[in-house]
Design a protein around this ligand. Structure first.
Ligand code: PGA
Length: 253
């Protein structure tokens, strides 16, 4: 791993104010692990509270609307996320693509709007089990990314990709380190093709899907893996920071 690993917790639709103590515990542990960049994306309702309390960890949102503002009842804009204290936003998660029918074009629009609002973007991609079993995973994911990636000018550090095979999310199944390497190498080649050598090599590529402290080391050691996007195991400081510690060990070699 060439850059400092980026370990991001996606709390999904979990968390009321009672969870703030867990966020504080994650923050305290992250202060003792400066070799790793640790962040969490709580539900919208907790962004401001986590932002106010966190001294070390980054705080982000799990989605934002594709318009800058306007008559969109119940939606949240990128600028509102930033105003609440978010520094980044996760976009194009397979649960958003599935539950809300978000297309690649919609994800791209959201990413452009979020970057313009000053948020960093973690853009998710990943194939279904059916696509993997047909041997078409790399083509599917690179096509999906081609259609969803934003325009980044000279701001590669503002963009992170998260490869999350849908069949590995919340299932306890993970891709093999070889499959992760193959996919991440293909994603890196696409980023270099689209953004040029300098910018394309700087974008971090995270792996996500049932990452835990027990499997983090071998996944983080795969080629071109720059960290992890973690769902279930990010809900307690103990399990989440176990992953961050494993990433630090891989980073140190
Ligand atoms: P999981 O979720 O770690 O619970 O599999 C990952 C994600 O969906 O980001």
């Amino acid at each position: 791993m060439a850059q400092r690993p980026f370990i991001v917790g996606n709390w999904k639709m979990h968390g009321t104010r009672a969870m703030l103590s867990e966020a504080r515990a994650i923050d305290r542990a992250a202060q003792r692990l400066m070799k790793v960049e640790v962040a969490i994306a709580p539900p919208f309702t907790l962004i401001h509270a986590v932002h106010r309390e966190a001294e070390q960890i980054g705080v982000g949102a799990q989605d934002c609307h594709h318009a800058e503002g306007g008559a969109h009842t119940g939606d949240i804009s990128a600028a509102m996320c930033a105003d609440a204290g978010a520094k980044f936003v996760i976009l194009g998660h397979s649960e958003r693509r599935g539950d809300h029918g978000e297309s690649d074009a919609c994800v791209k629009q959201k990413a452009d709007v979020a970057l313009a609002a000053g948020l960093r973007v973690i853009l998710c991609c990943g194939e279904s089990l059916d696509v993997r079993e047909k041997g078409k995973a790399v083509k599917f994911v690179t096509d999906q990314l081609r259609a969803s990636l934003p325009h980044i000018e000279d701001a590669a550090e503002q963009l992170t990709i998260a490869y999350e095979p849908i069949w590995a999310i919340g299932t306890g199944k993970t891709a093999t380190p070889q499959d992760v390497s193959d996919m991440h190498v293909a994603i890196r080649a696409l980023l270099v093709e689209l953004y040029g050598e300098e910018q394309g090599s700087e974008v971090r590529i995270l792996y996500g899907g049932s990452v835990k402290a027990e499997n983090a080391r071998e996944l983080m050691d795969a080629d071109e893996v720059g960290g992890a996007l973690v769902g279930g195991a990010s809900l307690t400081a103990d399990s989440f920071m176990g992953i961050a510690i494993a990433a630090a060990e891989v980073f140190e070699g």
